[in-house]
Design a protein around this ligand. Structure first.
Ligand code: HEM
Ligand SMILES: *[C@@H]1O[C@H](CO)[C@@H](O)[C@H](O)[C@H]1NC(C)=O
Ligand SMILES: *[C@@H]1O[C@H](CO)[C@@H](O)[C@H](O)[C@H]1NC(C)=O
Length: 319
């Protein structure tokens, strides 16, 4: 599947409106309260629970990697399709849907019927990153919402890579979505915030060799060895600063202190991505500028535009 070129997105957004400065201008005239409305709900959700910023950022990723950035991952089960929420990468894991509901109803109050759920996910991801100390970029807008969910695609191992994926699995998965190896490493820096469940890191802390032994041991205290015990116990993805969007995640990789096997694959002695991990670990600006470019690129994957799809009234169901 080819992703639409950024140029097409820009043309779609601006030609009809005759404005050309910032993509964020799409709703500016019709809905000047859009950005402050979303920022306010995201801020109060993060005040209540700092991890929520990570959970919201991940929802945008899991949306874009399954059939494009069309909010298909927000749909509940319906008679005509099965929700993606039960698919392997999401089950017992994807969270933040209630915050998206709150945002959607706040947005519908100020500007009924014009802002898609897919655009809300993109803006919410940006706001989460910015609030937690990361960059603040202009979000391209104009995505429309899918008419279905895609369970089989979401559940397939090559769509959203798993915690035990190898570097070559990761590279080819990103390539399938039109993203380069550089995009992979930059976007993976999102693991500077948030947490993982024991079921996703058990194998890494008990069986892998490419892990700092004392780091492995201290995490074994949180994650019993046998399957089924403490599966949902949590550990931070970036133990140095779990609620701050910064480059310390890459430093943990240099120290062999990644909690997931797939994370440590980015820095595993001689792989194609070692040099870039070292660059991001020592140069926060290089990470921030590449992350920003790559998440904008990710946000363009197979978007629906024009008369495709719809603007959902409720993100959990088609109109
Ligand atoms: C490249 C391959 C990737 C793999 C294999 C991967 C895998 C995972 C896994 C296994 C978890 C823990 C889930 C759990 O235990 O419940 C996780 C969490 C997370 N992922 Fe990724 N991920 C990848 C890429 C990304 C990207 C590109 C982003 C965003 C741009 C992202 C953002 C996050 C965030 C923020 C969390 C924490 C969520 C929370 O605390 O609720 N990940 N990821
Ligand atoms: C989803 O994927 C998991 C593991 O990848 C597999 O065990 C499960 O059977 C799949 N579920 C369905 C309903 O296809
Ligand atoms: C990851 O684990 C699953 C089962 O838990 C297995 O089927 C799959 O082959 C593993 N993948 C890799 C790359 O090791």
């Amino acid at each position: 599947m080819a992703s639409p070129s950024p140029l097409l997105l820009v043309l779609f957004v601006f030609l009809p409106l005759g404005i050309g400065r910032s993509d964020a201008n799409l709703y500016y005239n019709s809905c000047p309260q859009l950005f402050p409305t979303i920022r306010g709900v995201v801020q109060s959700a993060i005040n209540k629970e700092p991890r929520m910023g990570a959970s919201l950022l991940r929802l945008h990723f899991h949306d874009c990697f399954v059939h494009g950035c069309d909010a298909s991952n927000l749909l509940d089960d319906s008679p005509s399709f099965k929700s993606e929420k039960g698919a392997a990468p999401n089950r017992n894991s994807a969270r933040g849907f209630e915050v998206i509901d709150q945002i959607k109803s706040a947005v519908e109050k100020v500007c009924p019927g014009v802002v898609s759920c897919a655009d809300i996910l993109a803006i919410t991801a940006r706001d989460s990153v910015a609030i937690l100390g990361g960059p603040n970029w202009d979000v391209k807008l104009g995505r429309r919402d899918s008419l279905a969910a895609y369970f089989a695609e979401a559940n397939a191992t090559n769509t959203i890579p798993a915690a035990n994926a190898s570097l070559s699995n990761l590279i080819s998965s990103f390539q399938n979505h039109g993203l380069s190896t550089r995009d992979l490493v930059a976007l993976y820096g999102a693991h500077t915030i948030g947490e993982a469940r024991c079921t996703n890191f058990r194998q890494h802390i008990y069986q892998d060799k490419n892990i700092d032994p004392s780091f492995a041991k201290s995490n074994q205290g949180k994650c019993p060895k046998n399957n089924g015990n403490g599966d949902n116990n949590l550990a931070p993805l970036d133990a140095q600063s779990p609620n701050k969007f910064d480059n310390t995640y890459f430093k943990t990789l240099l120290n062999k202190q990644a909690i997931l096997h797939s994370d440590q694959e980015l820095y595993n002695g001689g792989g194609a991505t070692d040099t870039l991990v070292r660059t991001y670990a020592s140069n926060p600006n290089a990470f921030i500028s590449d992350f920003t470019a790559s998440i904008i690129k990710m946000g363009n994957i197979n978007i629906l535009t024009g008369s495709q799809g719809q603007i959902r009234k409720n993100c959990r169901r088609v109109n």
